[in-house]
Design a protein around this ligand. Structure first.
Ligand code: 26V
Length: 822
């Protein structure tokens, strides 16, 4: 029985130690007396895995027996982070494992620290998928994830002596992965290239080309305090035949293994781009390999239900995480029409009842489009299907809006030109039952910009919003255990209750004015700051003043996220401090500014931004006049695990994208859940956070979305020099150009993005940003009031649990229900 009265796995402390020792001796073939932390981690992970496996088996058996409608979350990215701690907490076994490990002479936190992150994602989109898996299992929903088992996750980031980003591979599977189960018996053939021969009534035969094998690896996804343990199935590519025997026998060994190498290449590496489209053939191969394997697998499972094929949508819902899995739409058409003999129109009605599409960005450079010649070559049958769908679709558009040629051109699945392109968002939209954005503002923008014509055609009810969420298990209970304990004591309910109904946090509001509670709250923030400082000291050898305000901006480097605005704000502050007398400075609250985040390897301006951050930091941190009042750090190699240390330690976090560009953001929710205050623009989920916590508890600045278009127009056609528009900013830019932070000419391309064009409108928002920073300073002076704001913020974060989000998907889109393990 769980401590709070619900069910548990039966495993007391002696059971734990026995199981660990058993794994040391058998699975690892080692002796318990000479095992190191790494060996201990492996044995502990295997011991925990045994419990997951029992639950996993029972859950899957129950699904097979009850044959409920299931949902599948197709995502090219799952940014899982570490598993051990999360598994122990969800199983309710953390205490017993802590004691068991202690009895064996180890420390559980050191062991947890040995695990490498599973970093199969770039940023928000991939971490969202991971949070949604946690919530699906916790809510006992029959949901599986489908993705790729990349051999190399997101690259490891290093900082070169000159401050620029270097990339190293992330061989995360080097030391075998206890959390995956290879399913050598679950394999699927996937075809590429070849030719498609049309038959009667819309059918075709696709043959020839290259055949590759997809092998399943299953990852167990435990729910919080429930037996339900769902599955994440990741595909690995393998050659279908070992090597070409003819070439081998002729002595040409290189040629003999060529095609087998090309098969293995498909799942070798995660593409490290975020919010920019790159049209590489290998990426398209990944997308098809994964969607084809997943759909075949889903179809096979559906057939085991023994239902007629027309009932497919009554048993299967498929969520497309952005346009990356859009090929699933023509692939399901192909399966139904070519292989299941379903008439074309019936097949299309099955397809359009099965899929649901989430859009995660309205940035034009991120919208996927693939050259028709490339797709024709790689997937000849799918290209036929897309052209056929397009014809019928455009006929319907013509019927509804006769003679509107521009509209047809905009809505076509094909963008005309040399070459033509397939527009994946258009295909995803017409092939799905519902389309949603990820925060209120973003979903409105989807309807009024990229999907405007489609709203007019299909009607607005097809388009809606599901505001993103985060799992409070990982992002509070696991990363901030002291706060979690304080909350449990204060709310007077069990941890299980509020972690599964996050609105219960509102109960904290009663205690906002209680000085004792405030004191405990503040002490926890302080010790989290010390934990971070310790981490930085150990990893970078730098000492940090933990009495300072910790001001954090951690996210992928991108111009639209405006790390540059933050950086220029720091320089502005530095210049102001330099002008003060020592007496004046003493009145200033010290501030430490943290940056972390990766730049796409090919994104020149983003990489230059990192270089400037690092070099400004060097100068500022070494300046004896100011270093007690202002310092700045760029923490390399941002990851889920680093976020788990940074987020609980922040007093203030920055989410300062140009209005209308950040679809939602999810780290904003994580900081606020941990009692950090938010400094941001009126963008994405910031808006809904402010609605919940109240305007007096957030710091907003900058122009609003409706102004952005007009301002950009002015910047393009009636440009005003920075010196006139924003003298304070011009002064900062000039200092950088003049070489105050190292050779200024290096940074000219970055500074010129602001001086010329200023697409992301830094000159327009700089003054109000600086003003907002002063308001933050003023607010921090009254520490008690700040702590109250912090408590109120956490208290009002109920809405942002990913449980709320996933239940919305389940009820409003998928029409699936909880399926309890008896
Ligand atoms: C797009 C592309 C284009 C092709 C090449 C590789 C690649 C990789 C990722 C993407 C997706 C970009 C969209 C994205 O990541 N959006 C983020 O989604 C988060 C979860 O909804 C949201 O919180 C962020 O605001 C949004 O930027």
């Amino acid at each position: 029985v769980w401590k709070d009265g619900t069910r548990a796995i039966d495993k007391d402390v002696p059971d734990v130690t026995k199981s660990i020792i058993n794994h040391v001796n058998t699975s690892l073939a080692r002796q318990a007396y000479n095992i190191d932390d790494m060996g201990a981690y492996q044995a502990v992970a295997l011991a925990a895995r045994d419990d997951l496996l029992i639950n996993w088996n029972e859950t899957q058996l129950n699904y097979t027996r009850k044959a409920p409608k299931r949902a599948y979350y197709l995502s090219l990215e799952f940014l899982m982070g570490r598993t051990l701690d999360n598994a122990l907490l969800n199983l309710g076994l953390k205490d017993n494992f802590t004691q068991g490990v202690d009895k064996l002479g180890f420390n559980i936190e050191d062991i947890i620290d040995k695990e490498r992150d599973a970093a199969l994602g770039n940023g928000g989109l991939g971490r969202l998928a991971a949070c949604y898996l946690d919530s699906s299992a916790s809510q006992e929903l029959p949901v599986w994830g489908y993705g790729l088992r990349y051999k190399y996750g997101i690259f490891q980031q290093l900082i070169a002596p000159d401050g620029s980003q270097l990339e190293a591979p992330d061989p995360w599977l080097e030391h075998s992965n206890p959390w995956e189960l290879p399913r050598v018996d679950v394999t699927i053939d996937v075809r590429f290239y070849g030719h498609a021969e049309r038959l009667d009534n819309g059918k075709a035969i696709w043959s020839g080309g290259q055949e590759v094998l997809a092998v399943a690896y299953d990852v167990m996804i435990p729910g919080y305090h429930t037996k339900t343990t769902n599955n994440l199935r990741l595909w690995e590519s393998k050659p279908k035949r070992g090597f070409d025997l003819n070439s081998f026998n002729a002595g040409d060994y290189e040629k003999a293994v060529q095609s087998s190498n090309s098969a293995e290449t498909i799942t070798s590496v995660l593409y490290p781009n975020d919010n920019t489209m790159v049209g590489k053939e290998l990426r398209l191969k990944q997308q098809y390999f994964w969607t084809a394997a997943s759909l075949n697998d889903i179809m096979r499972r559906f057939k085991n239900y023994g239902k007629p094929i027309t009932e497919f949508p009554e048993y299967v819902a498929i969520q497309l995480n952005d346009t990356h899995p859009t090929l699933a739409i023509p692939e399901l058409m192909r399966l139904l029409v070519d292989e299941e003999d379903v008439p074309w129109d019936k097949a299309w009605s099955i397809v359009t009842s099965t899929f649901f599409f989430t859009n995660h960005t309205v940035l034009p450079e991120a919208l996927e489009k693939w050259p028709v010649p490339l797709m024709q070559h790689l997937l000849p049958r799918h290209m036929q299907i897309i052209f056929d769908l397009n014809l019928t679709f455009l006929q319907a558009v013509e019927k509804k809006f006769p003679g509107d040629r521009d509209r047809l051109a905009r809505m076509s699945l094909i963008q005309e030109g040399y070459p033509q392109y397939v527009r994946m968002a258009n295909l995803a939209c017409i092939g799905s039952r519902r389309v949603n954005g990820v925060a209120e503002l973003h979903s409105e923008l989807v309807k009024t910009t990229i999907m405007k014509d489609f709203v007019e055609f299909f009607g607005v009810s097809k388009f809606s919003n599901v505001t993103n969420g985060i799992t409070p298990r990982r992002w509070l209970d696991q990363c901030n255990p002291a706060l979690s304990t304080l909350i449990t004591e204060t709310l007077g309910c069990t941890k299980n209750e509020w972690l599964k109904d996050l609105y219960k946090l509102e109960g904290l509001l009663k205690h906002v004015d209680d000085p004792k509670f405030q004191k405990k709250w503040a002490a926890i923030k302080q010790s989290n700051k010390e934990r971070l400082a310790h981490h930085v000291e150990v990893t970078l050898g730098i000492k940090i003043n933990t009495k300072a305000m910790f001001d954090v901006q951690i996210k992928r480097l991108h111009e639209y996220k405006r790390q540059t605005l933050n950086l220029l704000g720091v320089v502005h502050r530095y210049l102001a401090l330099k002008k003060m007398t020592p007496e004046q400075r003493k009145k200033i609250n010290p501030r430490v500014v943290f940056f972390a985040g990766k730049a796409a390897p090919g994104y020149y301006i983003a990489k230059l931004t990192i270089r400037l951050i690092v070099n400004v930091a060097r100068v500022i941190n070494a300046d004896p006049d100011t270093k007690d009042y202002l310092s700045m750090f760029f923490l390399p190699d941002y990851s889920v695990t680093l976020a788990e240390i940074l987020i609980p330690a922040s007093d203030l976090s920055q989410h300062i994208s140009t209005a209308g560009t950040e679809a939602s953001g999810t780290s904003n929710m994580k900081f606020c859940l941990n009692g950090g205050l938010l400094l941001g623009t009126v963008d994405g989920a910031n808006i809904e956070i402010a609605e919940e916590v109240g305007d007096s508890n957030v710091f907003f600045f900058g122009h609003l979305t409706p102004a952005v278009e007009e301002l950009r127009y002015q910047h393009t056609y009636h440009p005003v020099p920075v010196e006139e528009k924003c003298p304070a900013l011009a002064a900062v830019l000039d200092e950088i150009s003049a070489g105050r932070f190292g050779d200024g000419s290096v940074y000219e391309p970055l500074l010129n993005t602001i001086r010329q064009g200023d697409y992301y409108l830094l000159t327009e928002d700089f003054d109000s940003y600086i003003q907002a920073l002063s308001m933050v300073d003023a607010a921090y002076q009254d520490r008690t009031e700040w702590i109250k704001k912090s408590i109120r913020t956490t208290a009002k974060m109920g809405k942002f649990s990913s449980d709320r989000a996933i239940l919305t998907y389940a009820e409003e889109f998928w029409n699936i229900e909880a399926c309890k393990v008896p």
